[in-house]
Unconditional design. Structure first.
Length: 469
């Protein structure tokens, strides 16, 4: 190691950063890549690569070469010791299943041209790289524009998943609050975050490390819950909704393509303003075209594995990022329990989906959001359309909405954009119930239960229907 030049050390340090902040967190205890693995790969790379490659201009190529060595050894199941050939450095560190997972993350890092480096937290490397991510060297000589699109698409999906996960963590703190307490809490929190946007002092605070655009997104999502919670209180007590609630909905409307608009349409439907709800849904459907990327922050979407839609990545380089992310991303729709009166009755079952010992079967990431009603935007759009067109007596459009809902679940392309399939299946089965097709509805709930036996509201629906039968 003492004979290494500075460029070799840069390569080694980068491998260690990837190992620490990206690879091992992804492995999540299923095997562990060590600094010695990184050092060994560097030894072999230094031996195999010509000296002309070891320059600053080719640093990314050298890193990719080391990663490719590790990937090849992962495939072969033998990680050679640099000095003792008979020693396998995978022994005691990785079994065959764990090596498959290691290969997956290595493939992702390489296929995205080292884009995950942008999310290395150590020494703020990721923050500094985000502004210069397109300077990476590309081994396969793809057109620069295509590389830009791939990297931007990956970074956009990855960062949006982490953004909405951050919002979920804030929401978790609200679990035991009354609706009135939640309104006060959210109102105060929105004011504090907005103040941080103006006063940049106190950078030790976590929110201060977010850029302006991310703070705007967080504020919009919190205002979404603030508006919906306040509206739920009004609906529960048959109170008039003041201008402030409408102002909160308006301020939150551009949180993304669909989620706030769908919650507004749902509130209008529950309020009895069916025509206004239908008009809002027309607007959502117009915006939700095939360029929109669905995003889920409920630990259902692996942002490292998910391949962004091709049309989504192509559009990211066409204009202002803030506008594009507002118009090209659809988050899951989340109803906290305090917002229950703004959600259709069928979603109330989602808030109590656990029976018997289901709660013990939830992982830590599920324990909070499974107390809420969470549904993907596209299926919820078509379900709300079904309800509103039914109440308006528009039978043709009602049936069209039913088949659109079904298509969003079974269509192979759209299916990959649904991260809460059991909830979507339950909505479809409920439509069959409303059609009077009880046997088909029961079969739909049973199929949903078969795919996810635990923590699925389908269990409650099956009990309800079998008692009726």
């Amino acid at each position: 190691m003492f004979s290494m030049h500075l460029i070799h050390m840069h390569c080694y340090v980068t491998l260690k950063l990837l190992k620490k902040d990206i690879i091992n967190p992804y492995l999540n205890g299923h095997g562990k890549l060590t600094s010695f693995h990184c050092k060994t790969a560097l030894f072999y790379a230094r031996e195999h690569l010509v000296s002309e490659m070891w320059t600053a201009d080719h640093l990314f190529d050298c890193i990719l070469y080391c990663l490719n060595l590790i990937r090849d050894w992962t495939i072969n199941g033998h990680f050679p010791h640099y000095i003792m050939d008979e020693v396998n450095l995978f022994d005691g560190k990785f079994n065959s299943e764990q090596r498959v997972r290691l290969r997956t993350i290595l493939d992702i890092i390489m296929d995205t041209h080292l884009a995950p480096l942008a999310f290395v937290k150590t020494d703020d490397l990721g923050v500094r790289l985000l502004n210069n991510v397109y300077t990476v060297a590309i081994r396969d000589m793809k057109p620069r524009r295509a590389v830009h699109q791939e990297i931007t698409g990956f970074l956009s999906v990855y960062s949006n998943v982490h953004l909405v996960t951050h919002i979920r963590i804030i929401q978790e703190e609200t679990a035991d609050k009354t609706p009135d307490e939640l309104c006060l809490y959210l109102h105060t929190l929105v004011s504090e975050i907005a103040l941080l946007q103006v006063h940049r002092h106190g950078s030790e605070h976590a929110l201060c490390r977010l850029d302006d655009m991310n703070r705007d997104y967080i504020i919009r999502h919190l205002q979404q819950h603030l508006a919906s919670t306040a509206a739920s209180i009004c609906l529960q007590h048959s109170m008039h909704m003041g201008n402030r609630i409408w102002a909160w909905y308006s301020a939150a409307i551009d949180s993304d393509v669909a989620s706030t608009r769908l919650k507004l349409a749902s509130m209008l439907y529950c309020k009895g303003d069916v025509q206004m709800a239908a008009d809002a849904l027309v607007d959502v459907e117009r915006r939700y075209d095939n360029t929109v990327q669905a995003i889920c922050g409920c630990n259902r979407m692996d942002s490292l594995v998910t391949q962004p839609r091709k049309v989504f990545t192509e559009l990211l380089n066409e204009g202002d990022t803030d506008v594009l992310m507002t118009n090209r991303v659809a988050y899951c729709v989340r109803f906290l329990r305090q917002e229950v009166f703004c959600a259709p009755p069928i979603l109330h079952f989602e808030m109590v989906r656990g029976i018997r010992d289901d709660f013990q079967q939830r992982n830590p990431n599920e324990r909070f959001w499974m107390k809420w009603a969470v549904v993907d935007s596209r299926p919820f759009l078509h379900y709300l359309q079904y309800l509103t067109f039914r109440d308006l007596g528009l039978r043709h459009k009602q049936i069209q909405a039913f088949y659109s809902l079904k298509d969003s679940i079974v269509n192979g392309v759209k299916q990959h954009q649904v991260f809460h399939p059991e909830t979507a299946a339950n909505l479809l089965a409920h439509c069959l119930e409303m059609e009077g097709q009880i046997d088909d509805a029961l079969y739909g709930y049973i199929a949903s239960q078969a795919d996810m036996p635990r923590n699925n509201a389908a269990n409650l629906h099956i009990r309800r229907l079998t008692n009726v039968l």
